[in-house]
Every structure is written in structure tokens, then in C-alpha cells.
Design a protein. Structure first.
Length: 120
């Protein structure tokens, strides 16, 4: 389990050093995805950020967490089409979109908290 301080530091660094070719990806996004479900509570705050860029990067980290739970490995992909579909369905049930209006984001973050409580 990752230390809470480490996770909090990564969330604060979500916007640091974006990849010039993929501005939604930063070292912190990747590290939070690797940490997995333990990072989800701290990501909830970033998903509420007034900054659209921060929300997008937090969403990418959340997507990485869910994808890894279903066996995704960078450079290899998903172990099966079923695993990929399961990850997509899980993300769809959470329903977070960084571009949505604040009430829709808040509802999705609440679904995320329920999901985390059931899976964390």
C-alpha cells in the first residue's frame, strides 16, 4: 500500500511536466495509475478542481486505476477483449467526464466513492 503522503504529493503534482505529445499525461498521472485503488480517495478532490486540465489528468489517472484492475499493462494492453470491455463498463458506470458541468461531476464523484467503498 502506498503511503498517504506519497499519494497526496502525486495528486499535487498532477499538472507537473506534461508530456509534450500527450498533454493529459504527466509522471504523476502514470504513478497514480500504478498505485491503483489506494489513490482513488485522493483523486476525488482533483476531479473537483476548477482547472479543466487538472480534472482531465485526474480522470486519466482514474482510468488507469480501473484499467489495471482489469489486467491492462502498458505496452501489452488488456489480457482479453472481455477484460477491456469490463473496464470500459466499469468506467461508464462511474460516469465521470472532466468536461461535464459541476452537478454531473459531483454525481459521478459520489458514484466513484460508492465504487471505491465496494472495491477498495
Amino acid at each position: 500500500m502506498a503511503e498517504r503522503e506519497q499519494i497526496d504529493a502525486l495528486v499535487r503534482a498532477l499538472d507537473d511536466d506534461p508530456d509534450p505529445l500527450h498533454l493529459d499525461m504527466t509522471p504523476a498521472v502514470q504513478a497514480l495509475g500504478e498505485i491503483g485503488i489506494d489513490a482513488v480517495p485522493a483523486l476525488a478532490g482533483a476531479l473537483e478542481s476548477p482547472s479543466e486540465d487538472t480534472r482531465l489528468r485526474a480522470q486519466r489517472a482514474l482510468e488507469a486505476v480501473v484499467q489495471r484492475r482489469h489486467g491492462f499493462a502498458p505496452g501489452r494492453g488488456f489480457p482479453s477483449e472481455r477484460a477491456e470491455q469490463d473496464a470500459r463498463e466499469e468506467l461508464a458506470r462511474i460516469g465521470y467526464d472532466h468536461e461535464s458541468e459541476p452537478p454531473e461531476r459531483a454525481a459521478a464523484i459520489e458514484r466513484l466513492r460508492v465504487w471505491h467503498a465496494a472495491n477498495g
